[in-house]
Structures are given as C-alpha cells and as structure tokens.
Design a binder for this molecule. Structure first.
Ligand code: SF4
Length: 233
C-alpha cells in the first residue's frame, strides 16, 4: 500500500503543459536541507492520518472529464512498497501519470519504465556527483543516480531533470558538473530556491536566492550539454 498524506485536486504547475491532480506520498530516504515538505520526510508515519486511497481514486474518477492527469510526488514516491500497484491502478483507470523522483531507487524506476507505467518522469538532480552527499543530506551511492539518469534518457518517455539552485549548495562549478552528468539529455529545469519557514534545515531561512542574471548564466553553461534548458523563477 501507499501512504497518501496530501491531495491537490487541481494544479497548473505540477505536470508540464497539463492540468493535473497531485498526490503526495509519505516517506523519503533523502534529507535535503531545502526540502519544503518536511512533514512527509521527518514526521512519524503514524502521527498523522493517511487519506483514504479509495476516496482519492473515486474523486479522481469523478473529476476525470476535466482533469485526466495525475502527478505522484512526495516525499520520494518510489520508497512506497505498493507504488507499482498504485500507479497500475491509475493507469487502468485511464489517467496520464507523471512521477516525481530523486532517482535513488533505480531498480524500481527501471521497472516503472519497462512496464511503461508513467507518461512523464521528473527527476531531481541535487547537485554535481562530488557534492551529492552534502546536497541530499545522506550518503548516496552515486551509481544508482547514474543508472536512473541513463535509463530515463533512453526510456522514450517524456522527462525533465531539475535542480533547485540553493546558494551555498549549488555553485557555478556544480552546474558545470551537472551538465557533464546529463550530457545528451533533452530537458532541464533550473528551479529558483525559495526560503520558507518550513524547511528541513532552518539555517537556510532568510538566504537570498540567486539573482535571475545568475540563473541565466547557469542556463548558458547547461546549454553546452543539454538541448532545452529553462529557468523557473
Ligand atoms: S526535497 Fe529531498 S528530502 Fe525532500 S522529498 Fe525531495 S528528495 Fe526527499
């Protein structure tokens, strides 16, 4: 089973070029300092109730004429034991499915790809490989991240890689390294960092984001490696 902790009925921003509903699943193996969903990552699973899966599915079906795409996010959705069955259920009801992932569960992601269970994959790239432990807050086996990048690029499924550019965590040299990691890929999003009161590490609170001119400079660097790079401010 999956533990659904949030449900946004309509979103204009969670699925590129689609109106979608968004489902938030509990749990994550990373501890990114800038994470905006600490409830899904740090809290005890039993401290707050799951939303009823049957209710969510029936709501999606009831509104399907207007919203026929679903974004599954988290947390890290692939940490959920029942994620494959859950996505299969959405697909059997005829929904387009986008999966947000940190790419660590490379075997499960490969299964999702091989079974053609999703229509869009969005994978977070936390930083260059040399700083992955620091940026994700845990010890990361980079070979799993590499494998996921390769499998996504070769999948034939629509995708984007994306990085939240946090000053002090992602620098210009990291951007060069990210470009080298993603060489040959098609789509990349540079996502502006926003300081909020609800992050895993509050020492980032009040940190000023990069100026737009700096993001545009990062974009030009990435365009040496990646076909289509966009900045989301
Ligand atoms: S931002 Fe990091 S810690 Fe938060 S859900 Fe995503 S991968 Fe997990």
């Amino acid at each position: 089973m999956v533990h659904i902790k949030g449900f946004k009925k309509t979103s204009l921003v969670d699925y590129p070029k689609e109106l979608c509903s968004t489902i938030f699943l509990f749990g994550c193996n990373f501890r990114c300092k800038f994470c905006h969903n600490p409830n899904l990552v740090l809290r005890n699973l039993k401290d707050f109730c799951d939303l009823d899966e049957e209710y969510i599915i029936s709501e999606l079906i009831r509104r399907k004429k207007n919203v026929s795409s679903v974004c599954i996010t988290g947390g890290e959705p692939l940490i959920s034991e029942g994620i494959i069955q859950f996505i299969q259920r959405l697909k059997s009801e005829g929904f387009k499915v986008k999966l947000d992932t940190n790419g660590y569960y490379s075997s499960k992601l490969k299964e999702v790809i091989d079974k053609k269970l999703v229509d869009f994959i969005s994978m977070d790239i936390k930083s260059g490989f040399s700083k992955y432990n620091e940026s994700s807050g845990v010890i990361v086996d980079n070979s799993k991240i590499k494998e996921s990048i390769k499998n996504i690029i070769e999948s034939g499924i629509s995708y984007e890689f994306r990085t939240t550019v946090v000053p002090g965590i992602v620098s210009q040299s990291d951007i060069e390294e990210i470009g080298e990691m993603l060489i040959g890929s098609k789509y990349f999003t540079l996502q502006q960092f926003r300081s909020t009161n609800d992050m895993i590490d509050n020492s980032l609170k009040g940190i000023n984001p990069y100026k737009i001119s700096e993001l545009e400079k990062f974009k030009e660097i990435l365009k040496k490696y990646i076909l289509d790079v966009r900045v989301v401010n």
